[in-house]
Each structure stands twice: as C-alpha cells, then as structure tokens.
Design a protein around this ligand. Structure first.
Ligand SMILES: Nc1ncnc2c1ncn2[C@@H]1O[C@H](COP(=O)(O)OP(=O)(O)O)[C@@H](O)[C@H]1O
Ligand SMILES: [Mg+2]
Length: 297
C-alpha cells in the first residue's frame, strides 16, 4: 500500500492510516511518509482549524513517539528552543551561599534551561518534535534554526559542549500562512498544504467527533456551513474546528432541525452563528445578504 511508512532504523515499523480521532487524506499520509523518508521536517500549512497541530499529535501517537511541543509566539526566539542560561538565578544563589553550600553555583549546568531541541536531541528514544505556528515569530526565527535542523546539532557555549541528536526526531512545523517563510528554510522541508476538507472528508471528520449525530441535522448544518463559508468577502472563513463547535452547540441546545432549514432554499441567519463567524463585519455582511434575499422574494 502506498501509505506504508518507510521508517528510519529505531522506529517502530507501522503505517499511519489516520487514527480513530483523526481523519487523514491519502495525500496527507503520503506527505508524512515522504518527510520521514527524506529525513526532513514536514512543513504543514493550512487555514487555522484544519488539523495541523492535531496531525503532529496523532502521528506521534500512531508511531508511539513521545511528542515535544514548541508553541511559537511573536516574541519567541530561536535560542529558547536550544537552551537559555539563567544568569539571574545563578547570581542570586551566589549571594545566598549557604544554599547547598555554594556547590550548585559552581556548576554552570545547573543554570542551563534546556529547550525543546535540546530535549529532543538528547532523548534516549526517537521523539517527534512539533514547532507550532512558526509564522508567528519574526522572520529571523526560521533562519536561525536552519543549521540546527539541518545538522541536528548545536553548540552550548556556556558549558562548551556540542549537543548532537542521538536519534533524528520526526519534525513537524506548522504555519497559518501569516508570513512568508525564507527560501533557504523551505528548501529544507517537505511541504504539505492541508486543503480545506471537501464535504465527504468533512463528514468523516464530524463522524469522528459526533458518531451519533442525526443525518438530517448533519446535512442541514453542513449546507449552512458551506453557504456561510462560500460567502464572498468574509474576513475569516469558519473552518473545521468552528463547524465542530457549532455542531456541539446545536446538539447541546437541542436546536430543532427546522431552525436550520429555510423553507425556500434561501440563506437564513443560522442559530448560534457566533460559533461560525468571529467578527462583526462578517456577521453584518451575512445579515445584509439575508435581508436582501428577503426583499427579493
Ligand atoms: N482531520 C481531522 N480529523 C479530526 N478532527 C479534526 C481534523 N481536522 C481538524 N479537526 C478538529 O479541529 C480542531 C482544530 O484542529 P487543530 O489541529 O488545532 O487545527 P490547526 O492547528 O490547523 O489550527 C481539532 O481539535 C479537531 O477537533
Ligand atoms: Mg494549531
């Protein structure tokens, strides 16, 4: 079968076929396989809420690899993923000499805070490493990690040691496409774009989360959802996670099927629309459309 994993030595051999919790399309499974074969990070892009973070969690679980996660923020620096030297604590301890008889202060290793890359490189078993939302950080961030990701090693100047990966981690990098990534960085990754799920795939995803959902309710909700999504000019299109939230509410609030179905196939403002549309311009746009359709009747 095509989605058979080609795993490096040391990995449990198995196939990733999606999981009970996660629906993976064939091309996504191939991309995971390809990245592992090439020993390159898998760069996953896609709209927010299309399952990028969850992919890393699910592949790690399927391959039985512990997952180390690094959630990137706008202020995150590449160095934090390697290590940080806690000079302040060392200074404080040196002033309180009676703590551990000053022993602690003498050894600089006690003040090196290991980042996720350090942990991943020195782990005794192969691990999966997720660098989540890399596009949140500034443009230097991916550039600063090029060498470490390529060579799987870095140097700690404070302790004068080379930290070299015992086992190459399976690296996942996600991006919501807020910023372009540098070419030199892209060259080193295997790339996959998670396309927005088509209706069939979406049905399978919903089934994973709500196995007992009534088919009529699902059909109506899906139609409304795709109508909203296809509205031209939306600032933020609702995605998979919004649909799931909305369905959860529809079930919890016991919203009747009729509330979702407009009698003459025209668009109506759906109940609990706040789960789908997340800013006032989009809600106004949608209400306007419904109003116009009402007048054209
Ligand atoms: N393919 C999928 N299979 C199952 N659930 C999914 C899938 N894609 C998205 N989801 C649901 O959507 C939520 C958001 O996914 P997440 O991985 O956080 O998205 P992203 O990282 O792309 O923003 C998940 O918690 C999960 O419930
Ligand atoms: Mg995410």
């Amino acid at each position: 079968m095509l989605c058979n994993f080609n795993l490096p030595a040391g990995f449990p051999s198995m196939k990733f076929k999606g999981s009970d919790n996660y629906v993976a399309t064939q091309d996504l499974m191939l991309a995971v396989n390809a990245a592992i074969t090439l020993k390159r990070p898998l760069l996953v892009k896609g709209e927010p809420g299309t399952g990028k973070t969850m992919l890393a969690e699910e592949v790690a679980e399927a391959l039985k690899l512990p997952l180390l996660q690094w959630h990137v923020k706008s202020t995150t620096k590449a160095q934090q993923g390697l290590y940080e030297y806690d000079a302040v604590s060392r200074l404080r301890d040196s002033q309180l000499k009676d703590v551990d008889g000053g022993e602690r202060v003498r050894d600089i290793h006690n003040y090196i805070v290991k980042g996720v890359l350090w942990q991943a490189f020195t782990a005794d078993q192969p691990v999966a490493l997720l660098i989540d939302e890399i596009d949140k950080a500034d443009i230097e961030f991916p550039n600063d990690l090029l060498r470490e990701i390529d060579r799987m090693e870095f140097y700690c100047y404070e302790t004068r040691e080379l930290i070299k990966a015992k086992h190459r981690p399976v690296v996942f990098i996600t991006s919501n496409n807020e910023k372009e990534l540098p070419d030199a960085f892209l060259r080193r990754c295997f790339f996959h774009y998670i396309k927005f799920p088509d209706a069939e795939t979406m049905k399978s995803i919903v089934a994973v989360h709500f196995p007992d959902l009534k088919q009529e309710l699902l059909a109506s909700a899906m139609k409304t959802f795709y109508d909203v999504r296809n509205l031209p000019g939306l600032k933020k299109k609702p995605s998979t996670s919004e649909l799931l939230d909305w369905l959860k509410l529809l079930v919890a609030e016991d919203i009747p099927l009729e509330a979702l179905q407009s009698r003459d196939d025209k668009v109506a403002v759906p109940p609990l629309v706040g789960a789908l549309l997340k800013n006032e311009q989009d809600v106004t746009l949608f209400e306007k459309l419904v109003f116009m359709q009402g007048r054209n009747r």
